[in-house]
Design a protein around this ligand. Structure first.
Ligand code: NI
Length: 227
């Protein structure tokens, strides 16, 4: 399932981040690609250990911890430091699947990529092309979101960024290992949690059945999560 989360950053925050990114020196994106990805990847990116990437990455991770919709959808166990990429003048990232295992460059800890994330730092009217296309069981989903918005999709999906034919597309991209490995189980938990929130709003969080359902949710997490 593909989930979009609006306004991880408010518009003025996203613009301030973008201004800092625009001032950076960008390097060839093939440096961090796997063997298959290298053949189709044509973009530029900031290394995750550059000072600005590190600082802005920390800002992103702190914000995500304060975003209930993200926590509910992702059930994150470990999140890799965010990286940043830039596409212009026909740059593109052809169809590929992300590496299953990645190494945290700061801690050398290995992580299984369950979910892939993109946070947009360009508005859709700033560029043509540059659409993120994610293939899932329902067909190809096209994603192009306002600056500050995020998309999460299963890292098992084939995906691509179509060529940018006008303007500049800047975004942050990163991966996480979820406490719940199965996309199907994680989707059930997300639906259930969101439904409980709505019911709690309607009936009150102390309503007996809301309390029971909350207990069932946690018992499912207890059965399915690895921590
Ligand atoms: Ni990818």
């Amino acid at each position: 399932m593909l989930i979009t989360i609006p306004e991880i950053f408010r518009r003025e925050e996203a613009l301030a981040i973008r201004a800092r990114l625009d001032a950076e020196a960008w390097e060839d994106g093939r440096l961090t690609a796997g063997a298959q990805s290298q053949r189709v990847k044509r973009n530029r990116q900031l290394g995750p250990t550059s000072d600005v990437a590190r600082d802005l990455g920390q800002t992103i991770l702190e914000r995500l911890q304060q975003t209930p919709l993200f926590l509910s959808a992702a059930l994150p166990l470990r999140i890799l430091p965010p990286m940043f990429n830039r596409y212009e003048s026909g740059e593109t990232f052809g169809v590929h699947v992300d590496n299953a295992i990645r190494v945290n460059p700061f801690t050398s800890e290995r992580l299984r990529t369950d979910l892939s994330m993109t946070i947009f730092f360009s508005d859709p009217d700033e560029y043509d092309g540059g659409t993120l296309v994610v293939e899932d069981h329902y067909g190809a989903q096209e994603v192009k979101l306002p600056a500050g918005d995020m998309v999460l999709y299963p890292s098992t999906s084939l995906h691509e960024v179509t060529p940018v034919t006008r303007g500049t597309r800047v975004s942050s991209f990163f991966w996480l290992q979820s406490m719940v490995r199965s996309n199907e189980q994680r989707t059930i938990l997300f639906d259930m949690d969101q439904t409980i929130q709505v019911l709690a709003g309607r009936m009150g969080a102390g309503d007996a059945e809301v309390v029971r359902l909350t207990g069932i949710y946690h018992n499912l997490v207890r059965n399915w999560a690895e921590v």
